[in-house]
Design a binder for this molecule. Structure first.
Ligand SMILES: NC(=O)c1ccc[n+]([C@@H]2O[C@H](COP(=O)([O-])OP(=O)(O)OC[C@H]3O[C@@H](n4cnc5c(N)ncnc54)[C@H](O)[C@@H]3O)[C@@H](O)[C@H]2O)c1
Ligand SMILES: [Fe+2]
Length: 393
């Protein structure tokens, strides 16, 4: 059934394929810029990716205004404020972010601080607080998971409260997203697995949450279809270019889906696991997704049943009686987790991910206040969340 009313907006230009990086100088010139700051992290520099980016710009008029490579995993307001200072002092005119979600979200935070001419990101936390058009921003994802290159969301930790704060605004979309296979071939197997499960969670939650609509459904469904075909392949052989591009596109499609329809309880609890215990975002998603689906079964079974076609493929879909398809979808997610665990050692319980049992209550308290819960079809209070956490332990 169509929603009575919905909106969809996504202005990001997408470049996907071999040598896509070579077009960044042209894109920046079109945006009227030639002195970008490059924001990245140490792992990406060590994997040789910044060298590939810089080599691909040889012969262009671009001048690298500054290079910041100290983004930590799950960036914070303190880091964002520091990078914004570097941007200003080096006279940069645009941002090129090369990295996973932590880097891309840091770049979004920096863009807020620069554009809003503030020295404190925290003044802009929440939804639609930004009024000014942002500085030109090119996003080059090096993981296939967050979809941050096409979303209007930045998730940034608050150093003092340990909360992961969401910034959402139509101003936050990057101008251009660049998917180049050379950027994801070096992702280690366990990070490939966990980030892929993040993309899957975006798609499943976007397809079943309160704000779903026909456009987000189309993106989410195709994302799941690509994840079925390519996630295990990309984990088994990181140099499989077709699988890497399949996952890069899956992640982008899932980003287009959830940026518009939003996510749900799995993200609410997962953000809290990241904030309170430092569980990597994708690992938290993998662990919590089947339990979150089970919790939502009463109102979402019809959507999970539909998704089984993309999740398990046509043969399984046809062979499964309609009333069992939703449960079969949960089973398929569990099987995928076990395969990824066997191939990479990716944790499949919170205990394996290093969470202490006595931390579960604090996680539940933090999750209760997470904005993602608003879009979940099933309501959830402290006790419900605690039960999901105990089941996932
Ligand atoms: N903005 C959004 O819409 C959105 C959505 C979901 C998650 N997030 C956020 O994104 C963050 C997680 O991002 P992530 O999962 O991409 O991980 P990440 O950015 O934290 O990167 C994980 C690790 O992988 C390494 N790495 C990344 N790419 C590599 C490559 N090509 N080769 C070798 N090593 C590489 C990095 O150096 C880092 O050590 C969390 O903070 C999460 O909250 C944001
Ligand atoms: Fe996510």
């Amino acid at each position: 059934m169509l929603p009575a009313y919905y909106e969809y907006y996504n202005p990001v230009k997408i470049l996907s394929g071999r040598q896509a990086l070579d077009n960044i100088p042209y894109e920046l010139e079109t945006l009227g810029c030639r002195r970008p700051i490059i924001i990245t992290d140490k792992g990406i520099v060590e994997a040789g990716l910044i060298k590939i980016v810089l080599d691909s710009w040889a012969g262009s008029d671009l001048v690298v205004g500054a290079l910041y490579d100290e983004t930590p995993p799950d960036s914070s307001n303190v880091v964002v404020n520091r990078v914004a200072e570097i941007y200003r002092s080096c006279g940069c005119d645009s941002i090129v972010a090369v990295g996973g979600g932590s880097v891309l979200d840091t770049a979004k935070g920096v863009n807020i601080v620069i554009t809003e001419e503030t020295d404190d990101l925290m003044k802009f936390v929440g939804a639609e607080r930004l009024r000014k058009k942002m500085r030109p921003f090119i996003a080059v994802p090096t993981t296939s998971g967050t979809g941050s290159e096409v979303t209007m969301v930045a998730v940034i930790a608050h150093t003092e409260t340990k909360c992961k704060m969401a910034f959402t605004s139509h101003m936050l979309f990057p101008d251009v997203a660049v998917l180049d296979p050379r950027m994801t071939m070096t992702v280690p197997p366990q990070i490939t697995a966990a980030t892929g499960m993040d993309a899957l969670t975006h798609a499943v939650e976007a397809f079943s949450c309160l704000q779903k609509n026909p456009l987000s459904d189309g993106y989410a469904f195709k994302a799941v279809d690509l994840i079925r075909q390519y996630l295990v392949r990309a984990v088994e052989n990181g140099k499989d270019e077709e699988a890497r591009m399949g996952m890069a596109n899956a992640s982008l499609l899932a980003g287009c889906a959830f940026s518009n329809s939003m996510v749900g309880i799995v993200h609410a609890i997962g953000h809290a696991c990241g904030g309170v215990c430092g569980v990597p975002h994708g690992v938290a998603m993998a662990i919590l997704l089947p339990w979150g689906m089970e919790y939502n079964m009463k109102h979402c079974a019809v959507y999970y049943a539909e998704l089984l076609l993309a999740l398990a493929g046509p043969d399984v879909y046809v062979a499964t009686p309609p009333e069992q398809r939703a449960l079969e979808a949960v089973k398929t997610v569990r099987q995928l987790n076990s395969t990824l665990n066997r191939l990479t050692g990716m944790p499949v319980t919170l205990r394996e991910a290093g969470v202490k049992r006595e931390q579960l209550k604090e996680i539940a308290r933090t999750a209760q206040d997470d904005g993602a819960l608003i879009f979940n079809r099933e309501e959830a209070g402290f006790e419900d969340i605690l039960r999901i956490l105990e089941a996932s332990y």
